[in-house]
Design a binder for this molecule. Sequence first.
Ligand code: ZN
Length: 745
Amino acid sequence: MGLSMNDSRRTFLKQAAGLTAAFLTGFDGKHAAYASSLQSEGTTTSDTAEWYDHPMRWAQLAFVEDDPGNYDLSFWLDYFQKIHADAACLSAGGVVAFYPTEIPLHYRSRWLGAMDTFGDIVHGCRKLGMNIVARTDAHACHQDVYDAHPDWIAVDEHGNKRRHPSDPQYWITCALGPYNFEFMTLVHQEIMRNYMVDGIFTNRWSGSGMCYCEHCQQNFRAFSHLDLPRTSDPQDPARRQYILWNQQRLFELWRLWNQKLREINPHSSYIANAGGGALSPLDMKTIGELAPTLFADRQGRSGLMAPWANGKNGKEYRATMGQKAIGGIFSVGIEDKYRWKDSVQSGDELRLWVADGIAQGLRPWFTKFNAKVIDHRWLPVVEEIYKWHYANETYLRNERPLARIGVVYSQQTAAFYGGEKARATVEDPALGFYQALVEARIPFEMVHDQLFDRQHIAQFRTLIFPNIAALSTLQCQQIQAFVENGGSIVATYETSLYNEWGVRRQDFGLASIFGASFAGNIQGPMLNSYLSLEKDPTKNAYHPLLAGLEDATRTINAVNQVNVKPTGQSIASPLQIVPSYPDLPMEDVFPRPVQEHNPGVFLRESGRSRIVYFPGDIDRTFWEILDADHAKLLRNAVLWATNEPAPITVEGQGVIDISVWSQKSSMTVHLVNLTNPMMMKGPVREIIPIASQRVQVQIPEGRRVTKAKLLVAGKDIPYRVEQRHILLTVPSIHVHEVIALDFAV
Ligand SMILES: [Zn+2]
């Protein structure tokens, strides 16, 4: 199948204005024509050869209204120079203009007077050789805009215009109507004409939830012949159409702004604040085609967010951005629902968050709201990170990751299968697998489910499907082709049991690969259910899936499971399900005899390919419970399926996030120390260094290593060569260490 299908799909997608095939299945010709007409309004090609790859370190100053005349410009220019920031994102207009705008209703800062605050800092940054991106904000407006154009204001489900919840003198604007398409277009054109910046970055441009304004009503009806949805159930026909229409409208806006900016400055781009993982509403494949560069706006962690979450953003963005420059926006302040925008995070929390982003390929971008510094404690921390980054820049210009494992993420599964529960049913399984791979010290990438073509997955030996429930027939065929070419699969729970619209199938789309068919029902949440660990009766030995569990006879089961029946030949299952039995009263808590034995895992080998399918949601359960046995099972499943020497192994104590990269004439291994008392709940109090880590790195074919260095310790390190491997010991790691191996040229 392979190529011809991909080619026809690509052609189809071109006609479809970059919407994914799944998002268009079932559309009639009228919609395709509508989408096609959007395509002609903008450009979908990107210019990677332009300035976008140049900046390595970004600085963002988000002005507040009273900054003009009240902040110290020279302080910031000195700081930017000192930290080697080579690009800046600076507030220009939108909610408040910081330059002498001529556009009616474009509100000027009351402190601006005859000044040009934006222009002055642009001038100063240009003298430092920095690239400049102007920041606008499109989500709110003043009363005079409301009075002149009441139809530009967002409307709630009861028909009321929406006041800003944080500041009632502002109104929330509609993102999908004339406020953005007309007014903000004028603002963007004026900024570009006056300052010829390299790009415009818009904050909060994509709306503030559902809008029921007259424009949204009319435009949605024209698109779908339906009224705007009143439910968030993705199986509701109006909601399903809304998911499509909302994206199409936003991509139309993106293309419009991009086109209008490039008419004035062909080397510029509209840079949307957009993107993310499975829960992100805008299709990342289309974003990957549209955006010449992209930034993950994940300013810091709060609550139970893991410290590797910043690196996860890097992998999700790279899945569709490829080699284009991607950055990680971090806030110097505490990010929490109480929004202390003038606060400062602990230095170690900042160091850890940024290090994990850098390790996974994000270029750092700090953001500071309010140009008058109230609390100075973050300044030396960012200076230290940026100076190190500058000194080691050659080793941070990565060409490609060398990971052999890919974890699939699926926006269509989140949108159409997950719906309102997507965080629990779609993201949590992915987080569980992510944590298990970090604990297992296995480097991996993320893979977008619309990019299963050979070009995008050939680098991977194993693809992991953490409950990727919604897959089209085409996607299943692509996975089949990957397996036929020797690729391995690890999948869990309801993977492929639904089509791309989240409609349940009779059987798994991947039933023949799993060696298991859907038996008609799904169980859970199950209390007091187990997995018994079984020796292979023919060999009287434990399967490698049970490595490290040889002394165990049973472990806890996943909380939910699909009932399945075996089809075809599988390896004898080393896990058998012990069904739930009473958990109270205690006198009743004993396992009952069972008639039939159901496998807790399906293992298959065919050619070079190995398949592991868990009918339970063991990855989601792991994220909820973090049971050590499940960590081992998930690790072993990936190692057994992958069945080749790892590109990197690191032995020693502690939890580390690992990445391995090649550059032009070197390779690097990043080790981020996540071993901290507060790792499961920020903020970090102090970093506890980890000791001696024994590292074995596989050297790419045809390369010879001439030198090994530790970029954070700042010294050369002795190493041994054994065939294609370099062996060395990193004596200690504080937050972050980078092993750099220079190649002979
Ligand atoms: Zn609206």
